[in-house]
Write a protein that binds this ligand. Structure first.
Ligand SMILES: Nc1ncnc2c1ncn2[C@@H]1O[C@H](COP(=O)(O)OP(=O)(O)OP(=O)(O)O)[C@@H](O)[C@H]1O
Length: 125
């Protein structure tokens, strides 16, 4: 392994972007996260959220999308290891999916805290 020449850095980035592209193409949930992120950015621009609020939103986009990528990786590895129904395979897949769900629920709550008061003011309510 050590004697093998490592790929140049730009190639490693290329593989990572390939992984992101595959996940967006293959996973419906990743498409939903991307659409949600675009809508949040549009709402953030319209409602003029603060720098700190942008940082919170960007961190949460990153967290959710990164967890979705890890979830896709876990699913792929499990399917590679076994096509049989096995309790450990179920634990691996369901806990990885649970990680994405927890982050998405917390992001939705943070989104309501940031956007609801500004949205109501914007609408004059
Ligand atoms: N090899 C397996 N052994 C046991 N349970 C499995 C196995 N593969 C999948 N499952 C379980 O079956 C259910 C559906 O799994 P599936 O892989 O279709 O995921 P999914 O929830 O449809 O996710 P996605 O839409 O991201 O593919 C989940 O509870 C999962 O844990």
């Amino acid at each position: 392994m050590d004697s093998q020449k490592k790929d140049p850095l730009y190639k490693s980035f290329g593989y990572a972007f390939e992984g992101i592209g595959t996940c967006i193409k293959k996973e419906r949930n990743m498409k939903i996260h991307c659409v949600a992120a675009i809508l949040v950015v549009i709402a953030g621009v319209i409602l003029k959220i603060s720098s700190l609020e942008w940082c919170i939103c960007l961190t949460l986009f990153g967290l959710i999308m990164a967890l979705e990528l890890v979830n896709t990786a876990v699913e792929a590895v499990v399917d590679l290891v076994t096509e049989e129904r096995k309790p450990l395979a179920k634990i691996a897949k369901d806990t990885a999916a649970g990680a994405v769900l927890i982050a998405a629920i917390m992001a939705a709550i943070a989104g309501i805290i940031i956007f609801l008061p500004k949205g109501l003011t914007f609408l004059g309510l």
